[in-house]
Design a protein around this ligand. Sequence first.
Ligand SMILES: [Zn+2]
Length: 669
Amino acid sequence: MLAYYARLAAVEPRLRVQEIGRDWSGQPLAALSIGSREPTPSRRAIVITSGTHAHELGGGQLMPELVHELLTTRQPNLNQALESIDLVIVPVVNPGGLQIVADWRERTRGQPHDGVEPPGQTHSIGHDLNRDWIMQTQPETRAVVQHVLNRWRPAIVLDLHEMPPHGPRYALPPYVEPIDPNIPSAVNQASDRLGNAIAAQMAREGKSGVATGLFFDAFSPARAYSPYHGGARVLAEAAGTRLGLPVYLSAVELASAPGFNPREASATHSYPWTGGRWSLSDVGAYHRTAAMTTIIEGARLDLEPVESLRPGAFVIPPLAMQPNPDAARRLRETLIAGDVRLEEAITAFQFAEVKLPAGTVIVDSAQPAWPWAASLLSVQHYPASQHGNPRPPYDVAAQTLPLLMGVDVIKTDQRPAVATRSLGLQRLPSPVPKSAGSVAVYCSQRPNAAEAGWAITMLTDAGNAPAKLSDAAIRSGDLDRFDIIILPHQRPDYLINGLNLADYPAEFVGGIGQIGIKRLKFWTKAGGLLIAIDGACRAVIDGIGLSIDAIDDGFYAPGSILRVELDAGHPVTGGCGAELAIMSVTSVAFGLRPDTGPDVRAIARYPLDDPLLSGWLSGWERLAGKAAIVEQRLGDGAVLLFGCRPLFRGQSLASRRMIVNAIGNARKS
Ligand SMILES: [Zn+2]
C-alpha cells in the first residue's frame, strides 16, 4: 500500500506521502495529505485515522481506493470540499500489528483457526494503543500527535474502528453520557452533527443497521485527543469481520444491548439490518460513506468558535519543591507534548499565603489546549446520569495526573500576577535499562493482554529491562535465573487456563495451569519475589494457598483514584510518603485473618472513611480498613500482592515507585 501511495503521489501533485515516524516494530508510519503543503490558518484541516487496532482491518484496507477516488472524482460537491480543506489521512496507525494479523491469516488459511485473532500481542501494549493519547508512551501515538494533530490542528477527526460483529452495523456520535465537562460544548455539538449527518447519508444510500448514541461515552481523554484541542472527534465503529473473512448472521443472532434492540427501528436506529452476510467490503463501504460525508459536510459545517474560557490557572511549584522531581518533570513533558503552553515565573511571588520562588510553572486558561490541561490536572467528579444511577464509563472514571504521579499542583480561579517566560522542554532520554535477566514479566497468549505490555513499558522507562515469560516457560522453563517475576493483572481463569483448543492450535493452548502455580510457589520459597497485580492476586492466593482473603464484591470503582495509608516502615514504601493515590479498576482488596502471623504484612490499607480522590466509588464501606497491598513471606522468598494498578498506562508513577523499590531490594538481597 505504501508503494501504491508513492506512485499516486508521483503523478498527482495534490497528494503528499510523509513518513511521520517508525512504529514499535520498525515499520514506517505514513501520513497522506491532500491539499496545502503546510497548515494554513485560513483553511480547515480534517484528519482521518484508521488501523489503530490491528485486527480492525476495514479502514486501512479501504484507504488506497478512497485516496484514488478522492483524487479522480468528478463529483462537484466533493471536489468543492477538497478545494477548501486540507485532508490528512493516517491510513494505518499500527502497521506492525497489521503485519502480525496478515502473517497469522496466511499461516491459518483454510484451517479451523482461520479468522480468529492472533494469539499474543499485536502491539507492544496490545489493544491499548487507543489508551495512550495522554502519556504518548508509544511511537505511534507520539507520531500522530506531534506530526499530525499538533501540526494541522484539525477541526474534525474521523477515527475509524470496528466492534464485535453481533451488534449494529455501524455506530456513530452523538456520544452517550457522560461527556467530560472539560470538552467545549461547541466541539461536542459538532461531533453530534457530523455523526447524525453520516447516519442520514447512510440511510439515503440504503445502508441499514446504523445507530447513533450507543455504547461510547466521551469521558476519557486517554481515548480522544482532538476534542480537548478544538477538534470534533467522530468515532465511527463498524461491525467487524473475522479478520477480513465474512460473517453470516441471522436477525435472531444479533445481540441486544441496554437501550438497543437490533431488530427494532427507533429514533436513533431508523433502519435495522435484517441479517445475512457481512464482509470486509461492507465495512469498507460504510467507512467510505463516513469519510465522504465527513469531508463534504465537514467542509461546509458552520463551526461555532469555542466559547471563551473562564479565567483560571494551574500553579505547579518548581521541581526542587516537589516530593518527586522526576515525576514533576514528566508531568511538564506530558503537558507540553499535549500542546499545553507552560509559563515559568521569572521572579518569586506571593500566592495563596505561600511564597513561591522563580521557576514556578503556570498553566493559564487563556490558551487553546486548556481543556486538555484542565482534564488531566483536575479531580474528576463522575457525573450522575439524568436517569438516576450513573452509567458505567466506557473506559475509566479518572485520570488526575497530579494524584497518579505524585506531583503538587494547585488549581486557582485567578492567574497569579507575576512576570513569566514561556517554558520549552525537551523530552529527557529515558534511562538506559539495566541488563536483562533478573526481572521477568508474564505475557499471556490471550490476544492483546495489554497489562503485560504496560508493565514492560513502565519498567523499561524506570531503567529495568524485564524478560518476557510465556505460559510454557512458567509451566516448564528455567525460573531460577530470575529474582523477580511479575504477574500482570489478568482474569484468574485466563491466567490459569489461557486459550482453549477449540479456538487455537495446540502450541498456543493452556495458561500457566496449576503446575505453573506450583512451580511459582517452589521458586518463591527458594528465595524469589513474586509480584501479582489485581486479577492475578486471586489466582496466586488460591493456587499457593496464602492465608489472605480476596475481596472483590460489594464495591465499584471503574478506574478511580483512591487513597491508601502506607506502612512507612516497609522497604517498598521508601520515598512514597505516608499516603498514596492508587488506581483501582474495582481492584481486589485484602482481608487479613485474625490468626494472621508475622509472615503476613499489610503494606497499604484503605482508610476508615471514604477513600475516593477522583472518579467514582460506590460501596466504600466495604473497603474501609482493608488492605490494598500485602506481603506474605514464604520460605526464603515473598509474595507481594497489589490490589491496584501500579503500572497503569504510563500514568501511575507514584505507585510504580513501590514496584521499583521491590525490584531494587530483591536485587540487593
Ligand atoms: Zn478499535
